[in-house]
Design a binder for this molecule. Sequence first.
Ligand SMILES: *[C@@H]1O[C@H](CO)[C@@H](O)[C@H](O)[C@H]1NC(C)=O
Ligand SMILES: *[C@@H]1O[C@H](CO)[C@@H](O)[C@H](O)[C@H]1NC(C)=O
Ligand SMILES: *[C@@H]1O[C@H](CO)[C@@H](O)[C@H](O)[C@H]1NC(C)=O
Ligand SMILES: *[C@@H]1O[C@H](CO)[C@@H](O)[C@H](O)[C@H]1NC(C)=O
Ligand SMILES: *[C@@H]1O[C@H](CO)[C@@H](O)[C@H](O)[C@H]1NC(C)=O
Ligand SMILES: CC(=O)N[C@H]1CO[C@H](CO)[C@@H](O)[C@@H]1O
Length: 585
Amino acid sequence: MVSFRKLCVRGALTLWSLSGAAVCQDEEERALPSLRDASIDDLSQGLEQGLFTSVDLVRAYVARIEEVNPELRAVTEINPDALEIAAALDAEREAGKIQGPLHGLPILIKNNIATADRMNNTAGSLALKGAKVPRDSFVAKKLREAGAIILGKANLSQWANFRSDNGTNGWSADGGQVLGAYLEAQDPSGSSSGCGVASDLGLAAACIGTETDGSIISPSQRNNIVGFKPTIGLTSRDLVIPISEHQDTIGPMARTVKDAAYILQAIAGLDKNDNYTSSIPDDGAIPDYLSFLDKGALSGTRLGMPSNILEIFGIANPDHPEGKAFYVAFDVLRIAGATIVSSNFSAFEDPETFDFDLESRVLNADFVTNLAAYLSQLTENPADVHSLADIREFTRSTPAEEYPDRNTAIWDVALDEMGYNNTDPRFQEDLELLRSYGGEGGLLGVIEEHELDAVILPTSVASLFAALAAAPAVSVPMGFYPEDAEVVKNERGMTTQGPGLPIGLSFLGSRFSEAKLFGLAYAYEQRTNIRSTRDPLILPKTELEHCIGRDACEKPRRSRNCATSKRIVKNDVSASQLGIFAKEL
Ligand SMILES: *[C@@H]1O[C@H](CO)[C@@H](O)[C@H](O)[C@H]1NC(C)=O
Ligand SMILES: *[C@@H]1O[C@H](CO)[C@@H](O)[C@H](O)[C@H]1NC(C)=O
Ligand SMILES: *[C@@H]1O[C@H](CO)[C@@H](O)[C@H](O)[C@H]1NC(C)=O
Ligand SMILES: *[C@@H]1O[C@H](CO)[C@@H](O)[C@H](O)[C@H]1NC(C)=O
Ligand SMILES: *[C@@H]1O[C@H](CO)[C@@H](O)[C@H](O)[C@H]1NC(C)=O
Ligand SMILES: CC(=O)N[C@H]1CO[C@H](CO)[C@@H](O)[C@@H]1O
């Protein structure tokens, strides 16, 4: 937490403390939050105390985006109206009107969540450039109601990674190739790749991603942030470019668990345009997630651990960096009072019998129907695309879509090999079997049988099991690949593994158990504070101090960012134990 009590006077810039006196007792002490680390509380407090305005914040974030975007391509479009919106929110604050904890905070959204403004919503495809929607998506509307400034659109793996079987994470024709900041030319993971990088580097207060199977928690893990994938139906998919109504969900990607809680609180809820939200318990009442953020929340809990899943994915061995980080996390959880319960997923006892194509068939069949339904809502459709067949035709005939170097294999299976959609009886059969793998044979089954609060898994192997159950998962930073880790590159030269690659821990819960997951994730995060133990290789240098009260931010000559250069680990675990995380993992 940044202290706002000691304030410094720098150059022409004068800042006042609450008492009105300008003080600077210690040159090292920073009055303004470092934007790579700033929490929603830090930013809101700074706005409240008049240290900076939302206009300053927008300028600073845009300057930071401009610094790193030529290399990292995390952001596709900046909202041309952001400064104007910020000024209006500053005026409201001045007049004593605060809409909520997100008032005046710039937030990015993934480029598949539509807004009825000057920004495009393309899922990274040129087929949707210039297309218009009739209104804001429900999530965008909720963000605006909470006072957030939608700063721009975050890049993504095109079509949420639902096009090619030989593409790359984070590439889209509309936004270029996203890279992560922890390794040279890092594969950022996906599909909410831009959100992962942008939240981590402080290119906005946070970002909103989407997940069908891994697209929030996986890039959150690889970019050292917290990602929360809610239960299907908690957040409306209205006017979000879909993959599958049965698995798609919208959720926060933020630097802290608390920030994720603020954001989910703002965007969750009943929406008549997405009837899956009618399954939210208590007539759609959303619990006060913030009230569950308790450092003691792990005490007395029972956490399931399916070792057969670690075996199947080859990370049960403690010599594997992710296995090792996971076993160290066990100790932290135990010290915090949790009991780890062995709880194998029975459907995966014999992996030979598990049909790994089942999920693809369900997603393919949903995509054909759900995509056509999204396209039918467009009020302007310059490329005249109405179906997956139209989109495939456009993609194959538009050079910037890089076909066939990046193929359309997923669509080819849906359209040519399968040739049916989710109205077909074969679909219902597949869906029921899939749900049983998430139910009695998987996550929901072990939670019930062993009376668990949640199941824990390394994030790399977690997403499928939450997806199968339409259930929530949250990934929290757990460690880093060790200094002697082998460097691995994919066939397109992107680094997928190497020293310093971030690793996450996932908590998976029963449907609508978000409040409990927030408590568990918060307690683990507060005890470990892993995120702050490693800096990325690339960091923008513009800070608020370069922007306050100026029409354009001054160019930072050097990083004055004492906050990131002086990283101290604060936690409840012994220092030697944490040494294991920080040095070896
Ligand atoms: C949206 O796309 C149109 C058409 O390519 C472009 O002219 C416009 O600048 C884009 N909007 C933003 C905010 O970038
Ligand atoms: C949503 O509506 C569709 C069509 O009316 C219906 O088939 C489906 O069961 C509904 N889903 C939920 C979760 O209510
Ligand atoms: C769980 O699976 C692991 C790895 O496959 C196995 O060694 C262990 O015996 C199983 N535990 C139970 C209780 O079945
Ligand atoms: C889904 O399949 C049904 C039956 O073949 C067909 O009538 C309908 O047009 C299809 N819907 C889409 C969006 O392709
Ligand atoms: C991707 O697959 C297509 C065939 O589906 C092939 O033509 C193309 O060369 C592949 N791209 C790469 C980089 O291997
Ligand atoms: C905001 C921004 O930098 N957008 C860029 C995203 O990537 C595309 C393609 O590389 C560029 O044309 C945009 O300028």
